[in-house]
Design a protein around this ligand. Structure first.
Ligand code: NDP
Ligand code: MG
Length: 390
């Protein structure tokens, strides 16, 4: 029996993870499941999987969670500290699938118990990559990628030497607006940005796919996961989302990972690693698909890609600023307060302000300093938004 916990259990990645483990319940002892607002789903899964503890991020929902779990034997807890404490409960495999910077502290707590952390929460690597990697090293923990591109790279690297790697190519579907005239983007609505052509994901990452902030974060994630230089990482627009990534070697070979756009593949690979086990995903019929297409990304359409390269160049805590400004801009776009293109403008402005003020991004990378700069970037983003409106 493997002891496993799922952080962000009620979300898209969490539910896909539960789909896989619920197919073989005899193989797993479920330790902790966490969620935020969706108490009904959290309680339902915690009871069904006989979890030890279910935790909601929201203190005010503790009574609701207790009521929903009454008589089940599952312990109900609430609050961000309770989530981080749950990550310290001994487990053999932990899924990190909270959305946003809120996934960082539980991720670090999980690594400190020297376990295997399956990382969907790319924000933790963007905000605090070296802290995550150093914590993993110090405690003998293992980080496995869950993001489809990074799982694809990881799989293409099996048995290879990193010294033979020339480049890593991560693909991007181009999101909802890849074929829109650029001048129409300013008026893109929330509904339009919230539908992805190929993948079924949470709302935030779907909008981040339309703006390419998702791919921008994945550039940084690639650098952290695989230790390659920014100039070795390329983004390739591939509308069909069948090839998830390619690794180019010094003999000219490109190893491509091809698979259906179903996150259960990458989750299942991380769950069973280093073995491969049968997974309930569709098998591709390439003859029926006929052809795959590729194009270079346009940085005028997607300024987020340029910003990510600047963040990598700046280093330090710039990633945490980038992520926090992006999260705030995304909240404001979802709330209908700013337009689609303004998200990148705001992030750019916040980055310029904070990186030019000494003492912030060059601070030591600790959880406290990341939280401080995250808070500052959110405040600056609000100020920039206020000034733009005024
Ligand atoms: P969802 O929005 O579907 O789910 C997010 C999860 O986090 C939910 O369980 C939610 O709880 C919980 N949550 C939200 N806010 C907080 C908070 N402040 N504290 C604790 N928990 C919180 O997101 P996805 O599943 O799409 O994405 C999860 C992560 O995986 C993200 O980092 C994303 O970038 C990454 N990822 C996702 C992919 C996908 O296919 N969806 C692909 C690759 C990476 P509740 O729903 O109960 O409110
Ligand atoms: Mg991805």
């Amino acid at each position: 029996m493997r002891r496993i916990s799922i952080f962000g259990a009620t979300g898209s990645i969490g539910q896909n993870t539960i789909d896989l483990i619920a197919r073989a319940p005899e193989d797993y002892d479920v330790v902790a499941l966490t969620g935020a607002g969706n108490i009904e789903q959290l309680a339902k899964d915690a009871k069904r999987l006989r979890a030890e503890v279910a935790v909601t991020a929201h203190d005010h929902l503790l009574d609701d969670l207790r009521d929903a779990l009454a008589g089940s034997g599952v312990v109900a807890q609430a609050g961000t500290d309770a989530i981080t404490e749950a990550a310290a409960r001994p487990a053999d495999w932990i899924m990190s699938a909270i959305v946003g910077a809120a996934g960082l502290a539980p991720g670090v707590a999980a690594l400190k118990q020297g376990t295997t952390l399956a990382l969907a929460n790319k924000e933790s690597l963007v905000c605090a990559g070296s802290l995550m990697l150093e914590t993993a090293k110090a405690h003998g923990a293992r980080l496995l990628p869950v993001d489809s591109e990074h799982s694809a790279v990881f799989q293409a690297l099996v048995g290879e030497e990193m010294t033979a790697v020339e480049r890593v190519i991560i693909t991007a579907s181009g999101g909802a607006f890849r074929d829109w005239p650029i001048e129409d983007l300013a008026n893109a609505t929330l509904d339009q940005a919230s539908s992805h052509p190929n993948w079924d994901m949470g709302q935030r990452i779907t909008i981040d796919s339309a703006s390419m902030f998702n791919k921008a974060m994945e550039l940084i994630e690639t650098r952290e996961f695989f230790g390659v230089q920014p100039r070795q990482i390329e983004v390739l627009v591939h509308p069909e989302s069948m090839i998830h990534a390619m690794v180019g070697f010094n003999d000219g070979a490109l190893m491509a990972h091809v698979g259906p756009p179903d996150m259960r593949h990458a989750i299942g690979y991380a769950l069973h690693w280093p073995a491969r086990q049968a997974l309930p995903v569709a098998r591709l019929d390439l003859a029926a698909i006929g052809q795959l297409s590729f194009r270079a990304p346009c940085e005028t359409r997607w300024p987020a890609l340029r910003l990510a390269r600047e963040v990598m160049e700046t280093g330090g805590l710039a990633g945490a600023v980038f992520n926090a400004a992006k999260e705030t801009a995304l909240d404001e776009f979802i709330a209908g307060h700013i337009g689609f293109n303004e998200m990148a403008m705001i992030v750019e402005e916040v980055l310029a302000i904070i990186t030019s003020t000494p003492g912030h991004i060059d601070a030591t990378m600790t959880l406290d300093n990341v939280a401080k700069v995250d808070h500052l970037a959110r405040q600056e983003a609000q100020r920039v938004i206020h000034n733009r409106a005024g």
